[in-house]
Design a protein around this ligand. Structure first.
Ligand code: ADP
Ligand code: ASP
Ligand code: MG
Length: 411
């Protein structure tokens, strides 16, 4: 008998009909002799609606109370899914994060799971029940409700699978696997049979929201077999694996292209070129709890530098405030900022052993007359910042340049 954790995302439980269809799918799995723990997201759009309500009351809602509100979406879907299972004749029970005892730290809105008590869940499974657990939520040691960040139900699923040593964690969503890039942007994107944890981690952190980054981290750390599949159509999906597949001689250099529009860029021009300046600039930014992503420093002239970095777009205004003050303190000539940028990244473990990826990338962007504003690299990825309006063009051009296009039906 296998123990499987299945997660159904917002679109998959977006209507009453879809919840009923999920109940049938889960039930069939149980009929086949498997033990099943299901975790669900809120119905699609619900978390945004709850955030909207909160923001209509306060421009900066108290973090503890915001979690009380936004965690309710998942409480609705676990109850509805269990009702649907009972209608079909299955013995099933719902659990909130607090009822399971998914214990997190107290960082409201981005809490990290510290441990999961498995006793209740084991007892339910031993009694032959299907257990449905609310995604995205936990409680801290004092019993305060916490949430795990957007897309956090993926992490709930993987953490449950790790805690219960499940045979597989299956993430059911509205696409039938992980593609070479977002299939909603590039029609001829290709579904991957496999992708390594390392690549998936880069893809997720660089903007591919098909899996939450923490879920991938968790699965890699605890060796949880993880698969992304469609809720709506049968198929093998994509397996996230530990091994690099050396048997495939035709393995492409690049496994995928990720992108995001969530960043903004700030530049301090004419910063005196002397020791300690970078820390004088980034120190106050860190103190204001603003995370910095890419950083570039260029030598200007007259012993000065231009210092550029990117932050999340949500923190753009806060970053401008901090830098306006810093600019005076360090004697910079001017502050220039831009929130109409996008980051495009090519990712692939094949890059380690092959030169030429950067030149192919830069040439294909140049052929489309797309200017590269910033570049950053790691062993298995190259990212560039470009003007936001060229994002889709850039992703398509790179997809073709790295030979990733397919020309058959997918969905
Ligand atoms: P869910 O609500 O099921 O958690 P999400 O919207 O969070 O679903 O994630 C699925 C979406 O991720 C897809 O609809 C797709 O648009 C997007 N996506 C982005 N990059 C990729 C990729 N490389 N492969 C597949 N889907 C991707
Ligand atoms: N409902 C939450 C969100 O919309 C969590 C999730 O769907 O994974 O971000
Ligand atoms: Mg998601």
């Amino acid at each position: 008998m296998a123990l499987v954790v299945q997660k159904y995302g917002g679109t998959s439980v977006g209507t009453v009909e879809r919840i009923k269809a999920v109940a049938e799918k889960v039930g069939r799995f149980h009929d086949d002799g498997n033990q099943v723990i299901v975790t669900v997201s809120a119905m699609s759009g619900e978390t945004n609606r709850l955030l909207g309500l909160s923001n209509a009351i306060s421009s900066s809602p108290a973090a503890r109370e915001l979690d009380v509100v936004v965690s309710t979406g998942e409480q609705v879907t676990i109850g509805l899914l269990v009702m649907a299972l009972i209608e079909l004749g299955y013995d099933a029970r719902s659990y909130t994060g607090g009822q399971v005892k998914i214990i997190t730290d107290s960082a409201h809105g981005k809490a990290r799971i510290q441990r999961i008590e498995d006793k209740n869940l084991r007892n339910e499974l031993d009694a032959g029940r299907i257990v449905v657990v609310a995604g995205f939520q936990g409680v801290d040691e004092s019993g305060n409700i916490t949430t795990l960040g957007r897309g956090g139900s993926d992490t709930t699923a993987v953490a449950l699978a790790a805690a219960l040593k499940a045979d597989e964690c299956q993430i059911y969503t509205d696409v039938d696997g992980v593609y070479t890039t977002d299939p909603r942007v590039v029609d001829c994107a290709k579904r991957l049979d496999k992708i390594t944890f390392e690549e998936m981690l880069e893809m997720a952190s660089l903007g591919s929201k098909v899996l939450q980054i923490r879920a991938v981290e968790f699965a890699g750390k605890f060796g949880v077999p993880l698969r992304v599949l469609s809720s709506f159509k049968e198929g093998p999906g994509t397996l996230i694996t530990c091994e690099e597949d050396d048997s495939n001689m035709e393995r492409p250099l690049i496994s995928g292209i990720a992108f995001n529009r969530d960043e903004a860029k700030l530049t301090l021009r004419g910063v005196p070129d002397k020791p300690g300046v970078a820390s004088h600039i980034l120190g106050p930014v860190g103190d204001a709890n603003i995370e910095v992503d890419m950083i570039v420093q260029n030598i200007g002239g007259n012993s000065t530098n231009d210092f550029t970095f990117t932050v999340h777009r949500n923190e753009y205004h806060k970053a401008i405030e901090v830098l306006t003050k810093v600019a005076k303190d360090v004697g910079a000539a001017e502050l220039v900022s831009d929130d109409k940028i996008a980051k495009v990244s090519v990712v692939g473990v094949g890059m380690r052993s092959h030169a030429g990826v950067a030149s192919t990338m830069f040439r294909s962007l140049a052929d489309e007359s797309i200017n590269i504003q910033m570049i950053s690299t790691s062993e298995i990825k190259i990212s560039v910042v470009i003007e936001e309006k060229y994002l889709e063009l850039a992703v398509r051009a790179l997809h073709t340049a790295f030979d990733l296009d397919v020309h058959e039906d997918k969905d």
